[in-house]
Design a protein around this ligand. Structure first.
Ligand code: SAM
Ligand code: CA
Length: 230
């Protein structure tokens, strides 16, 4: 297969940022405050944030879910892109990290859009389904514990409306998906998850090589019991 791709060197990545990044000042400050934190590598990159904000606008999303909040960079990014009546159900289990997120949501004037659920994300998704919210969400961002990606994906697909979008982070896992000797549970889970989505005819699929890899899965409508491929 012809390899129509470009290797992004650090210099070229710097160029991409200098030629396209429009990071709001409040997001920059949150990124800088998180930088010394031992797990700051978990935060999405500013160019990925800008891409996701564009997706939110493209979808006309108002009802969204985030799995994995950390200090709030991606949720703040989505909340800023949502209209004033937009909502994000933000799921995490860490009180300390999400306290930072709450401070920034408040400062940015988007706290009214964010419903933080401090509980295992699987429980929150199950509650949403039990409460009858299937088919009502526009966008889900999956970025919590990798071993649960499959469970998060199945529940998110049920919660989405047809035409809604799931974005799944870290699908390249620093390139470890290539290493067949690397059998740690997270790498295995991501590799298995990626293979499953390739064969899943309920979605349109694109794996975008931005940051650590972002898979986009658009939920297809079901017509006459069969999934509509278009
Ligand atoms: N999206 C965030 C950002 O860009 O700043 C980064 C999220 S970080 C990669 C993963 C988060 O998932 C952590 O904050 C962690 O506490 C949370 N997490 C881990 N296991 C979880 C679970 N079972 N349910 C909900 N959140 C979980
Ligand atoms: Ca991530």
């Amino acid at each position: 297969m012809p390899k129509k791709m470009i290797k992004v060197s650090v210099k070229l990545y710097d160029y991409i940022l200098s030629a396209s990044l429009r990071e709001p000042e409040i997001l920059r400050r949150l990124r800088e405050e998180t930088a010394p934190h031992p797990y700051s590598v978990m935060q999405i990159s500013p160019d990925q944030c800008q891409f996701m904000a564009l997706l939110i606008r493209l979808l006309g999303a108002t009802r969204t879910i985030e799995l994995g909040v950390y200090t709030g960079y991606s949720s703040l990014c989505v909340a800023l892109a949502l209209p004033s009546d937009g909502k994000i159900i933000a799921c995490d289990i860490n009180e300390e990290w999400t306290r930072i997120a709450r401070r920034y949501w408040a400062e940015a004037g988007v706290a009214h859009k964010v419903d933080l659920r401090l509980a295992p994300a699987m429980e929150t998704l199950d509650s949403l389904l039990e409460e009858g919210h299937a088919g009502t969400f526009d966008f889900v961002f999956i970025d919590a514990d990798k071993e649960n990606y499959d469970g998060y994906y199945e529940r998110s697909l049920e919660l989405l409306r047809p035409g809604g979008l799931i974005a799944v982070d870290n699908v390249l896992w620093s390139g470890k998906v290539l290493d067949t000797n690397g059998n740690d549970p997270d790498t295995d889970a991501i590799r298995t998850f990626n293979a499953k989505l390739l064969a899943d005819n309920r979605i349109l699929l694109s794996m975008v090589p931005i940051a650590d890899g972002l898979t986009l899965a658009l939920k297809l409508p079901v017509r006459g019991g069969a999934q509509q491929q278009s």
